[in-house]
Design a protein around this ligand. Structure first.
Ligand SMILES: [Zn+2]
Length: 222
């Protein structure tokens, strides 16, 4: 394995393909022996990696996980895995939006969002998926090169941010914007069957073609 591949790729325990670490979710063994999704990839100990797509979550086997984590692991049924990961990702988005709000990096409402886009402060445009289609299209156009995510309905978006419903918001912290977009993309990926059908995930195989056969060892890297 080349040093570059070590730095950039992690092997999914579901599909056994290498993907950029940012696209995958880390799994560790919790104190009670249960598998835990470590979304910030910071928990101590050995870790395994999985694509957030349904097929890869479903394909996880307790035996393979135990092998990588070097201890028996309690793994919930596939439906519960998806629900648990989805809920964890929503909590993460909520936490990140709360952080953005506290550092005044969350701008809500049309006037403020337009100003943030005009001033070049906006690092992410967050839209409610229940906005009328032409309004969504208009915002996408106004966003220019700023990334856009149409996350969920305005009520759910408001609840995530701990405030009243809103249709559009701009994230003005590049770090928080990137983390929120990544978490939303992972949550969206759960609804896709195969990881190959997830728009936000790059096609796998590029790293492998450089001649590194992903073995079980890489799946444990942090
Ligand atoms: Zn996978």
């Amino acid at each position: 394995v080349s040093p570059l591949a070590r730095e950039t790729g992690r092997t999914c325990l579901g599909c056994r393909r290498q993907r950029p670490r940012a696209e995958l979710v880390r799994i560790v063994r919790g104190p009670d022996g249960a598998a835990v999704f470590d979304l910030e990839a910071r928990l101590p100990g050995r870790g395994a990696w999985v694509c957030p797509a349904a097929a890869c979550l479903d394909r996880l086997a307790a035996g393979a996980l135990a092998h990588v984590l070097r201890a028996p692991v309690l793994l919930p049924e596939p439906a519960a895995r998806r629900a648990t990961l989805g809920a964890a990702l929503e909590r993460r988005v909520g936490n990140l939006l709360g952080m953005a709000r506290r550092v005044r990096a969350l701008v809500v409402g049309q006037t403020g969002v337009r100003a943030a886009l005009r001033d070049g402060r906006a690092a992410l445009l967050l839209l409610a998926s229940d906005l009328p289609p032409d309004t969504l299209a208009s915002w996408r156009e106004q966003a220019g090169g700023v990334p856009v995510r149409a996350a969920c309905g305005s009520d759910a978006l408001g609840a995530l941010a701990g405030r009243e419903a809103f249709g559009c918001a701009a994230l003005c912290s590049p770090g928080l914007a990137g983390a929120i977009a990544a978490a939303l993309d992972q949550r969206e990926a759960i609804s896709h069957g195969s990881c190959d059908n997830v728009p936000s995930m790059k096609r796998a195989g590029r790293v492998e073609r450089r001649g590194c056969a992903p073995g079980r060892g890489e799946a444990t890297e942090r």
